[in-house]
Write a new protein. Structure first.
Length: 366
């Protein structure tokens, strides 16, 4: 047995965790640069609560609310310059994965005067600013990962960068912030977390410790799946989903994703499909494809999900997201070419050829 494990984030989970732990903020300095989306910070209620606490403790803050969905390095560069000129001591990311990932890039660019594309060298001469992450979706787990996934127009794809220095220093997880999430985003993001747990569990890089986290994530998703299919979930379910997405984030912090995410990135980049939903369309075929090599682990995951087989799994996903877009033959080829070259494919338990990716895409969306 041999493995490494590191998630250095201080986690504060629970209702009103920000107000109850207000003493955490001044430990990172006096000037907070808040990175959020156009609406998510305000709609979730998180922005108001955080600025309230910052005002109470006499901290200065700047609200940068220009993060779009699937943010670009250029936007992060703009944020980084704003954070540097504000002389920020630390960054607070509030939102779904998009603002949280952007906050990580901003934290690097605030202290390192470099072209945003140099983020991908993963060498940051100056230490990035400390990051506090406040998720308002329950899906990406970005609050406990060292990854930032940005959309590269030059590569026509999404590409992640990151190293230990951009793990959030602290994360506040309060499920009240996810309560106003509309149904489709609730489902998409929950399935993103499920996808992280599944890809990490089957990955060649899985470890005994990440398996424990993934198995608990399956058990929790299994408890929530019924109510998710019946409309907007109750608070208790939202809280479980937030916890589950955090556990799945801890899994991918060590294993990364494998086969599903690259195909999902193609669908998001070329078709605009939201991230979690894009993954959802491939999950059933992903399990089928890996069944010969990883049948025992897949059965264990399914039993924790309280599902009787891969077909039953596919039916639940279909009920949650419906059928995906129909792709043309040219699109299938283009998406397969773009996905197959992604490094993470190498960690899928069964070796994946370009032809295999094309087949999975076809079976899922043709
Ligand atoms: P998102 O792109 O952050 O947000 C999707 C939509 O939900 C946005 O319109 C957002 O509004 C809205 N929203 C967020 N919170 C809300 C709330 N509480 N109430 C109402 N609306 C809310 O979606 P996401 O699925 O959380 O994140 C996806 C991104 O994360 C992708 O770029 C993906 O590649 C990345 N990701 C990162 C990791 C990682 O480890 N770092 C892992 C998986 C995925 P606004 O536009 O106002 O923000
Ligand atoms: Fe994801």
């Amino acid at each position: 047995m041999e493995f490494k494990y590191l998630v250095p984030t201080r986690i504060y989970f629970g209702v009103e965790s920000i107000a109850k732990n207000r003493g955490v903020f001044p430990t990172y300095g006096k000037r907070a640069f808040i990175v959020t989306g156009k609406a998510s910070g305000r709609v979730s209620g998180a922005l108001e609560e955080i600025t309230g606490v910052l005002e109470e403790i006499g901290a200065e803050y700047y609200i940068y609310d220009r993060i779009e969905n699937n943010p670009t390095p250029e936007r992060a560069g703009d944020g980084g310059r704003a954070a540097a000129s504000f002389k920020a001591d630390y960054v607070i990311g509030i939102g779904g994965g998009s603002p949280l990932d952007a906050a990580k890039a901003v934290a690097v660019l605030a202290t390192n005067d470099m072209d945003p594309l140099e983020l991908y060298k993963n060498v940051f001469p100056e230490k990035p600013l400390p990051i506090i992450a406040v998720p308002t979706t329950a899906g990406t787990g970005s609050e406990v990962t060292q990854y930032s996934i940005l959309t590269r127009k030059d590569l026509q794809f999404k590409k992640s960068f990151g190293n230990e220095s951009i793990f959030p220093a602290a994360a506040f997880l309060d499920a009240r912030y996810t309560q106003k999430l509309p149904y489709d985003i609730t489902v998409n993001t929950a399935i993103d977390a499920l996808s992280h747990a599944l890809e990490g569990y089957l990955s060649k890089r899985s470890t005994p410790l990440t398996d424990i986290l993934a198995e608990e994530a399956f058990r929790l998703f299994g408890e929530c799946a019924g109510s998710l299919q019946n409309g907007l979930p109750a608070f208790e379910v939202r809280e479980k989903l937030l916890y589950m997405s955090m556990l799945a984030g801890m899994v991918i912090a060590h294993t990364g994703t494998t086969l599903v995410h690259p195909m999902g990135y193609a669908l998001t980049y070329f078709k605009g499909t939201p991230h979690g939903r894009a993954n959802a369309y491939f999950l059933k075929e992903y399990l089928d494809y890996n069944y010969t090599d990883s049948g025992a682990k897949i059965e264990r995951a399914l039993s924790l999900l309280k599902l009787d087989g891969v077909e039953a799994f596919g039916e639940v996903i279909d009920r949650l997201v419906g059928k995906g877009p129909r792709l043309s033959e040219e699109e299938i080829e283009k998406f397969a070419r773009a996905a197959a070259v992604q490094k993470s494919m190498a960690y899928n338990p069964r070796a994946v050829t370009d032809q295999d990716v094309m087949e999975i895409l076809k079976k899922s969306l043709w």
